[in-house]
Write a protein that binds this ligand. Structure first.
Ligand SMILES: C[S@@+](CC[C@H](N)C(=O)[O-])C[C@H]1O[C@@H](n2cnc3c(N)ncnc32)[C@H](O)[C@@H]1O
Length: 294
């Protein structure tokens, strides 16, 4: 869903002041919307203007309805991520009454928007892709929702101030070369619940495994249910940013090994987790591992 270094990057586009009394900013193709940038009053655009402005923000991965106009009506996964949301929305309280939310890899802001609509307080979406961040800012402003979007990698989330009641980490894990490194950083930000979703391939069986294995016993590794991550050296689904795809056993094992307890499994790829054993002697697993004392 994003370009790997060396591929053609998106052009930065440009902003043009149109000279009107309100100095409304016009979109050029691939326009970026900077952090804190106010877009005139997108909530009041006529349908044709809105449609043109949605298109000017490039190709959307999130299909969001903005005053009757859909941002990605021809998505290859269907009405995405609504198709996912309808399975996981019940795992969030209907009234989020001031709860804080961090959405890592927020893309066009679909989940931030849905949770803000449920009354969440501070909502912060982070992503590494300027185009997606621009789309998210545009969508939130068009819907008149106060959501903060910031360019930040998952590997830097532990530098964000404070912890969050809800942390979303959906559809990003398999895009990372260092998945557990990211998960162990994310955990530092979870006060309440982590919503985790990964593409899963291979066995979807849930099995109990022993605490230890005999060095000479090769049988576990021939068992397709054994926790495993598939490494993608080149492309998967035409996407060179897919690196590690876990089976179910690996997803659940990694979540547990990071000190999380799985408290709900609302659909096959999504887990709701709580941080129960993320520290040892008051120190996070990540810090112990990095200093070699885990
Ligand atoms: C498949 S999309 C998932 C978007 C959204 N979370 C969802 O579930 O619909 C992956 C997103 O992760 C973002 N991403 C990839 N690598 C990232 C990183 N290192 N840090 C933060 N976001 C990243 C991409 O830019 C993209 O928006």
């Amino acid at each position: 869903m994003r370009k790997r270094a060396g591929q053609s990057a998106l052009s930065k586009g440009s902003w043009v002041q149109d000279g009107s009394p309100q100095s409304v900013i016009e979109f050029q193709p691939n326009t970026l919307v900077a952090e804190g940038q106010q877009l005139g009053n997108p909530a009041s655009y006529a349908a044709s203007t809105l449609e043109a402005r949605i298109a000017a923000l490039g190709s959307w991965f999130h299909n969001i309805q903005l005053h009757g106009i859909w941002t990605a009506p021809n998505h290859f996964l269907g009405d995405f991520p609504n198709v996912k949301w309808k399975h996981i929305c019940h795992a969030f309280p209907a009234d989020l009454a001031g709860a804080s939310v961090l959405d890592i890899g927020c893309n066009g802001g679909f989940y931030c928007i849905e949770l803000k609509k449920r009354g969440a307080g501070r909502v912060l979406g982070v992503d590494v892709d300027d185009r997606y961040l621009s789309q998210a800012r545009f969508a939130a402003q068009t819907l008149n929702l106060d959501i903060q979007f910031e360019k930040r990698s998952v590997y830097d989330v532990d530098q964000i101030e404070g912890q969050f009641d809800y942390v979303l980490f959906l559809g990003v894990f398999y895009h990372l070369r260092y998945p557990l490194f990211a998960l162990d950083r994310i955990i530092k930000k979870v006060r309440g619940k982590l919503f985790f979703q990964s593409m899963i391939r291979g066995s979807e069986a849930e099995k109990q495994w022993p605490d230890d294995y005999d060095f000479w016993d090769m049988h576990p590794f021939a068992d397709p249910d054994f926790p495993c991550m598939y490494f993608i050296e080149k492309n998967y689904a035409n996407d060179p940013t897919n690196w590690w795809i876990p089976n179910r056993g690996a997803v659940e094992g990694m979540l547990r090994s990071s000190g999380l307890e799985i408290v709900a499994h609302p659909e096959s790829e999504t887990y709701v987790c709580e941080p129960r054993r993320v520290q040892r002697d008051g120190r996070y697993l990540l810090d112990l591992e990095l200093e070699g004392t885990l």
